[in-house]
Structures are given as C-alpha cells and as structure tokens.
Design a protein around this ligand. Structure first.
Ligand SMILES: [Cu+2]
Length: 247
C-alpha cells in the first residue's frame, strides 16, 4: 500500500498549511485516509478468499476470525477519535496564552468585521441599537464607553507571524461559518455567543476568509482577506491604522 503519511499534503491537493497547529491535523487526516484505504483493501481480500476457499462444514475459531478483529478495530477507531478530539480541542478548549493578540471577529450579512482593542487592550461596549454600517459603526460601538474610543474596526484581518491569536467569534444576525483553509480553522459564528479560537500563524501571505454556512442571498460574496505579515510590519500597520482613524 502507498504510504500516504510520507506524501507531502500539497501533493494531495490540500491547501498550503500556514498555522502552527495545521501539520498535526493534516497528519491525522492522512492517517485516517491510509487506514480507511487499508481496510477497504483488506475487506476485498477477505471477500475474495471467501469466494475461492472451500466451504467448511462447521465455522471454527470464531473468536480469532471475528471477535478479535472486531475488538482490534473498535480500539483503533476509539484511539483515532480520541486523537481527533484532542486536536480539535487544542484550538478551542485549552485556552489561549494570556499574552495572545486579541481580535474580535463579527459575521454579519454579508461581511466579516475585525476589531482590535487598541492601546488600552480592552474592547469597548457594543450595543445592537447603535449598529449603523452606513454611518461607519457596523458593530454598534458605544461612544459613551471610554474603551470604545481606541477600538479599531477593519474589514481585513491582519496578523503577525509567530504570535498566538485569540479570536472571539460573534454573529450579529444569523449563523455564519468562519473558515480559513490555510489556517486549518473552521467554526460557526452563532448570534448571542462568543466563541474563542486560538492559533499561531506561521507563514506570511494573503489568504481567503470564507463563510461556509448558507447565510442568505448574499452568502456567495461573504468573504474577507487575512494578511499574515512579520511582527514589525504588523506594528507599523496597526499604528498607521490607528493614526488614520483618529484623524
Ligand atoms: Cu455568512
């Protein structure tokens, strides 16, 4: 059998991997695929042997040909499930580093908005009744809250390499699907909930942010850009953005 584990993911048409947790996920995916292919080949082989072999009057060694393989398969699938669960939880339930970069992501028909907390490192209050995209306040930032003053709202997500990012995922109206294939991230954004996702980008580049839930008539155009830059470029970008918005 071809050893799929040793094949580079790019040769299997997976998107480029630009996050720190991605290689482990890819490895697990290919391990699952290899096992499924091996079992498919084995099942056909057994079927062929069953057709060719001479029938015996009484089935013998039932435990060896039936119960033992069954137990082995159950154990194998349990181990694969446990490992998959562990990898999935690594970007969600383990909690981000306290020094992680905080960014809020909001899905709304039909755009993604990104908010950086600014120099005070605290997100300002938002109120649904203040949401006014036409007036430059798509998230409903409350001007009465002093923490809102330095919050940066952008339509492009810019992140530095090598630093953990703690995303807070929200939705204003319906369920949206936040997905960045190159970051190996996919998570629904649900109205009324704040869902945390944390990851570390590794490779500079420009990647597409998609919506993977059919969220309305304009779903097809609900996308944004993720730009991964060096830490120096990120600091300069943030400073420039803040300067522009205070002018
Ligand atoms: Cu959407």
């Amino acid at each position: 059998m071809v050893n799929l584990i040793s094949i580079a993911p790019s040769t299997l048409l997976l998107p480029a991997d630009a996050s720190a947790h991605g290689p482990a996920l890819d490895h697990h995916l290919l391990l699952n695929l290899s096992i499924a292919l091996a079992l498919l080949a084995l099942a056909h082989l057994i079927l062929l042997i069953g057709l060719i072999a001479r029938r015996r009057p009484e089935p013998t060694h039932l435990w060896r040909i039936e119960y033992l393989p069954l137990a082995a398969l159950a154990l194998l699938f349990a181990a694969l499930t446990f490992q998959a669960e562990r990898l999935w939880a690594a970007t969600r339930y383990t909690g981000a580093d306290p020094a992680a970069l905080q960014v809020e992501v909001t899905g709304v028909q039909f755009a993604w908005y990104f908010r950086y907390p600014g120099p005070d490192a605290t997100f300002g209050t938002t109120r649904p009744q203040l949401v006014a995209p036409g007036e430059g306040n798509p998230l409903g930032l409350d001007p009465a809250d002093p923490h809102s003053a330095d919050d940066e709202v952008t339509s492009e997500l810019v992140l530095p390499t090598g630093r953990e990012v703690d995303l807070r995922l929200k939705a204003q109206d319906v369920i949206h699907g936040f997905s960045i294939p190159e970051m190996r991230l996919k998570q629904n954004a649900i109205p009324g909930q704040t869902i945390h996702l944390h990851f570390t980008p590794t490779t500079p580049g420009t990647y597409a942010i998609l919506c993977t839930q059919l969220c309305g008539l304009g779903h097809y155009r609900m996308n944004a850009t993720l730009r991964i830059v060096t830490p120096v470029e990120f600091t300069a970008w943030l400073a420039k953005h803040q300067k522009e918005s205070t002018q």
